[in-house]
Design a protein around this ligand. Structure first.
Ligand code: DX5
Ligand code: ZN
Length: 227
């Protein structure tokens, strides 16, 4: 455990703010506020109504956002056929494209397509998918996005059973000495659950509903980062 805590201390925690919970009619103001409050990344949840039972936003919104901000754009594709759309999301401004291991397309095709488009590559797994399913891809990716809720909706509660999975993924990365692979945790992150995820080995925390509920977003962001 002390090794895990050391890691959390050594590497800066980053916050990727999920704009799913933002006021979409005032997105420009929201983006400026997030930047001032110290957000490191913007988390952009794309849902297709097939891979997940919800539909969010897509390419035109990403394009508009990327024109308005210089924040790192972390795109989380919750779509059934990611391969078809990688180039479009890259052209719309994505810096990191994360797709789901459970989606229909072959990860060995999707990852090189992301690289070809000069983006960082991430793989996400749903709560029911075991950590070991990631083993064949660990050397090929930059980010592992661990879902700590069932994907599809913001505002759900963190699934505490997932903390052990974060720990397992952290060990897998250490065993292969893949220091550049970062663990991102998505779903139900707040001041109570952030320390749990960070101690297990998370580097990047996604936060939506918790941050947008706060009056003082800057101090809430610091609370998450320093947990
Ligand atoms: C859920 C999304 C999350 C969500 C996180 O499918 O992937 O990124 O927006 O929202 P909170 O922080 O409210 O759980
Ligand atoms: Zn997400």
């Amino acid at each position: 455990m002390s090794e895990l805590i050391n890691k959390a201390n050594m590497r800066d925690t980053e916050i990727s703010v999920s704009i799913l919970s933002a006021d979409l009619l005032h997105l420009q103001d929201e983006l400026e506020e997030l930047k001032k409050a110290g957000a490191d990344q913007l988390h952009f949840d794309v849902m297709d109504g097939q891979f997940v039972p919800n539909i969010s936003f897509g390419l035109p919104v990403l394009q508009a956002v990327s024109k308005q901000t210089d924040l790192f754009l972390d795109v989380h594709l919750m779509i059934q056929n990611p391969l078809r759309y990688i180039e479009n999301f890259a052209n719309a401004g994505a810096d990191l494209i994360t797709f789901h291991l459970e989606s229909a397309d072959d990860p060995f095709q999707v990852i090189p397509e992301i690289r070809k488009c000069h983006c960082k590559a991430g793989i996400s797994i749903k709560p029911g998918t075991p950590a070991k399913a990631l083993l064949p891809f660990l050397d090929l990716i930059d980010v592992i996005l661990v879902m700590t809720v069932e994907p599809g909706f913001g505002g759900q509660s963190y699934l505490h059973d997932m903390t052990e999975k974060i720990r397992e993924i952290y060990s897998m990365i250490q065993d292969r000495d893949l220091r550049n692979v970062r663990i991102e945790v998505d779903g139900g992150i707040d001041s109570e659950t952030a320390p749990e995820a960070l101690q297990a080995g998370a580097d990047i925390l996604v936060s939506g509903s918790y941050l947008f509920r706060q009056n003082d977003m800057k101090s809430a962001m610091l609370t998450l980062k320093n947990s």
